[in-house]
Design a binder for this molecule. Structure first.
Ligand code: NAD
Length: 476
């Protein structure tokens, strides 16, 4: 299905010279669809030299000119949406419509950063002496090492790429080996838009070998990782020991608060669709549903109905609403979460089982009566499982919602402005959205607190993480 799976180094599409390679699988069929070569140490050295030179050139290109190239890349992404989305569905599993939306939103992200790069203003600080000018100048931080995951292979990569390029940085991005084709399609758009050689580089290989070589390397000035909490902690420690700045977009375990005055039908419809989007493999996926006892039965009944009606299948089939999990590891993980919860007394109200033995299909699942000691109450499930919990007292429920070390996204449904204000203040999470799905737009900051990481992607904040302030004081 792939035309080729090449790496992109110093402006050239190359066959990597590593001695290992791996099969790329279609998660809907469990059949190989391509062979991905791994980068060698020598290739990485070439990539680092390219990123170093690329940065020296690119930082001198005006933000205005950089913006023109980025906008051209965005136009190419739009024109190639269908082509890239089809590859994305076949290698990752998500429903084709979701894949198209992901690629379309990548184009919007590039466009937004093209403009934001031109607004990377510094400041002038009033001086204490006549003739002195105190300037704060925003400079690009330098070559970036980016590591993006397989759940949104296009948008997770483009958030790092577009923001670093708009800031004037060069970037080496290691995209997910499981889903290499769609990031290649994305990077081709930058290449074809006329991005100078070395500014953007794309490699694949053994993640730990690449991160352990790139992060400490003196050329690299900034690290950006999206993935699991344990890997994020490890990479952040590595970056810190080499005094590299880092952005960490890690996992979540999102609470959803449904109050007794909420639009219960609307909340169930919105959250039911969102829970099973990308088969729940979303870091901001709603997982712990705290539902007020007065509306619990109504909400859970509606949600279970949605779960049972969600048609699971190959993402290329037009009537599929949820595709397979991206890899067999996720099936094993979700089976273990459900078995552990059941053992501890949970009830399976919908789903709970793997479907067939070809493709990584799992039923959209709803659990009730889950005790706090169940693993799923404490670890990110990263799959199509919703946990329903009853509450009566708001303060006690907020304490439970905040109990976990995660703090990425939270959702609440209430018609009362005072309650909305209270939960917005009290929730320990980087993002809170109330009565609608208002997260993850190009212009809004996306990021977590606590173990969910730090730094932002999206919004003005997402550009700033690739810049540093230089203070210049000038007399005369
Ligand atoms: P994992 O922890 O092995 O890998 C997660 C991601 O990190 C993958 O993209 C992987 O290629 C990368 N990675 C792993 N070790 C690395 C290293 N030493 N250096 C650089 N990159 C490295 O887990 P997995 O089985 O691939 O994914 C499952 C877990 O990952 C989920 O439970 C979820 O918590 C997390 N995850 C989170 C996101 C997110 O959007 N925050 C995305 C994908 C996966």
């Amino acid at each position: 299905m792939y035309t080729s799976l090449e790496h992109y180094i110093n402006g050239n599409w190359v066959k990597p010279s590593g001695d290992k390679s791996q099969d790329v699988m279609n998660p809907a069929t469990s059949k190989p669809i391509g062979q991905l070569g791994h980068v060698s140490r020598g290739d990485l050295d070439n990539t680092l030299a390219a990123a170093d030179n690329g940065f020296k050139q690119w930082r001198k290109v005006s933000a205005f000119e950089r913006g023109k190239i980025l906008r051209k890349a965005a136009d190419l992404v739009r024109a190639r949406t269908d082509e890239i989305a089809k590859v994305l569905t076949q290698e990752q599993g998500k429903v084709l419509m979701e894949a198209k939306l992901e690629v379309a939103s990548a184009a919007d992200i590039i466009d937004w950063y093209a403009g934001e790069g031109q607004r990377a203003y510094g400041r002038v600080i009033p001086a204490r002496a006549d003739g002195v000018r105190n300037l704060v100048i925003m400079e690009p931080i330098g070559p970036v090492a980016g590591f993006s995951p397989w759940n949104f292979p296009v948008t997770q990569a483009v958030r790092k790429v577009a923001a670093s390029l708009a800031a004037g940085c060069s970037i080496i991005i290691k995209c997910p080996e499981e889903t290499p084709g769609s990031p290649i399609g994305l990077v081709r758009c930058f290449h074809d838009a006329g991005l100078p050689a070395g500014v953007l580089n794309l490699v694949y290989g053994v993640p730990a070998e690449i991160s352990e070589y790139l992060i400490p390397h003196p050329v690299i000035r900034k690290v950006s990782f999206t993935g699991s909490v344990p890997v994020g902690k490890h990479l952040n420690a590595l970056a810190a020991s080499h005094m590299k700045r880092a952005t960490m977009e890690l996992g979540g375990h999102s609470p959803v608060l449904v109050f007794d005055d909420a639009d219960v039908a609307g909340a169930a419809k919105m959250m039911g669709a969102f829970k099973y989007r990308n088969a729940g493999q979303v870091c901001i996926s709603p997982t712990r549903f705290f539902v007020h006892e007065k509306v619990y039965d109504d909400f859970v009944g509606r949600f279970v109905d949605i779960a049972k009606r969600t048609k699971v299948g190959d993402g290329l089939e037009p009537d599929t609403r949820m595709g397979p999990l991206a890899n067999p590891r996720r099936i094993n993980a979700i089976e273990a979460f459900v078995a552990d919860a059941e053992e501890k007394g949970a009830k399976v109200e919908a789903g709970g089982k793997r479907i067939g033995n070809q493709g990584n299909f799992f039923e959209p699942t709803v659990l009730t009566d889950v005790p706090d000691t169940a693993r799923i109450m404490n670890e990110e499930p990263f799959g199509p499982v919703a946990v329903m919990l009853r509450f009566k007292e708001t303060d006690e429920m907020l304490e439970r919602a905040n109990k976990l070390p995660y703090g990425l996204a939270s959702y609440a449904f209430t018609k009362d402005a005072k309650t909305a204000g209270k939960v917005a203040d009290a929730l320990e999470s980087g993002m809170v959205t109330i009565n609608h799905m208002g997260l993850a737009l190009p212009e809004t900051p996306f990021g977590g607190v606590k173990d969910s990481g730090f730094g932002h992607e999206g919004g003005t904040e997402g550009l700033q993480v690739y810049m540093q302030a230089k203070f210049v004081s000038h007399l005369g």
